[in-house]
Each structure stands twice: as structure tokens, then as C-alpha cells.
Design a protein. Structure first.
Length: 206
């Protein structure tokens, strides 16, 4: 792809580094920005800059936040004794879009995957266990992707919590095995949350 301007080429290169954005799409985005007035482009760039400089991560659950606690953890209307354990922030967004869950979250930051060099110590499993002990959590719901790695993570955490008086469940498998949570439709996710299963029954039935 030939460019008549180094500035244009640099901008296209920057946009094409984003996931799912090829050179043609990047060029289309850059040309669109060029058509906008200076105030709009400045507002766009300032929003990205502020995002990078000022964004925080919730000290309780790991979610994106503007303050030490995210708006979900800080909401007294949420069920504070019900924790949904997820792999990533994108999964929180997917579940929140169903408007069927009124508890709080814990983001693991990944799942156990020895082939990828990811072990329990690289995830927020220990902080989850401590949190459950400290907050006297009544129930945790595992909402991990239905894969071998996801199931291994569930099994590992379940063993770590076997002496704790907490109910452990997992979302019903309306989500196809091997699928990814963030791509499930809202209705499927909502039903999976409502029809969650005791982890023992799920693990022993596999």
C-alpha cells in the first residue's frame, strides 16, 4: 500500500496495530478522522490518552475502574455475598449486558494452561480464596469458558475452597463446549446464569 504522506502512513500503521484492524480498515478510519473538525479529533485523542493515564483496576475484583473500587463493587444494591468468577474483563461486560446478574465479580486474569505457561500462581486465585474467607461469601459462580483449561481451573479452585462454607456453582452449559463466553448471545448467557449447577455435579458428570 503506497502513501503520499508519511503522516498518513504513520497513522495507518498505528491503527493497524489494533486487534482485528487490517491496513484497509485502518486507512478508512484515518481518512474518516481527517474529515472531522479539529475539536472532534482532539477530543478523540484526549479520551485515549486519559484512558491510558488515569484508568484504574478495582482493588477488590480487578475490574476496570475510575476509583479504587469499581462501580459494581461499590454498588450497595448488588448482592455482595455472591461472586461470579470470570476469566477477563470482557466476560464481565458480556454478563452485565444480560442484566440478569446482581452479584459482584472476581477476575482471574486468565485460566490455568500449562501448555501456555500459565499456572495458578500467575492468576488471582489466592486473592479470591482470601476474599471469600474475609467477606464470608455465600456462593461463587464459575463463569469460565467451557474448555479443558476452564474446567481445570474450576477443579483447582474448588479444591482450594473445599474447607470453606461456600456454595460453589457453575453456569449451565447452554454455552457450547469449546466456545468463548464473550461471543455467546445474551439470552444464552442469561439462562446459563439462572440455571447454574453445583460444581460437584458438573465435574463428576464429565
Amino acid at each position: 500500500m503506497q502513501f503520499s504522506s508519511v503522516l498518513l502512513e504513520n497513522a495507518v500503521q498505528a491503527f493497524s496495530k489494533l486487534p482485528g484492524i487490517g491496513k484497509k480498515t485502518a486507512l478508512r478510519l484515518v481518512l474518516h478522522l481527517l474529515k472531522q473538525d479539529e475539536a472532534t479529533v482532539t477530543q478523540f485523542s484526549e479520551a485515549i490518552t486519559r484512558l491510558k493515564k488515569e484508568i484504574k483496576f478495582c482493588t477488590r475484583c480487578g475490574n476496570i475502574a475510575d476509583k479504587p473500587l469499581c462501580s459494581i463493587c461499590d454498588n450497595p444494591g448488588r448482592k455482595q455475598q455472591l461472586i461470579c468468577v470470570v476469566e477477563s474483563i470482557r466476560d464481565v461486560i458480556a454478563i452485565e449486558s444480560t442484566q440478569q446478574f446482581n452479584g459482584i465479580y472476581h477476575i482471574l486474569g486468565g485460566i490455568i494452561s500449562p501448555l501456555d505457561g500459565i499456572g495458578p500462581e500467575q492468576l488471582t486465585i489466592d486473592s479470591l480464596v482470601e476474599r471469600i474467607k474475609k467477606e464470608k461469601t455465600e456462593e461463587i459462580i464459575f463463569a469460565l469458558n467451557p474448555t479443558i483449561q476452564g474446567d481445570t481451573t474450576i477443579y483447582y479452585i474448588q479444591k482450594k475452597l473445599q474447607d470453606q462454607p461456600v456454595r460453589i456453582t457453575t453456569i449451565a452449559r447452554g454455552v457450547a463446549f469449546g466456545g468463548e463466553l464473550e461471543y455467546a448471545d445474551e439470552m444464552t448467557l442469561a439462562r446459563s446464569l439462572q440455571n447454574r449447577l453445583p460444581v460437584e455435579r458438573y465435574v463428576n458428570g464429565r
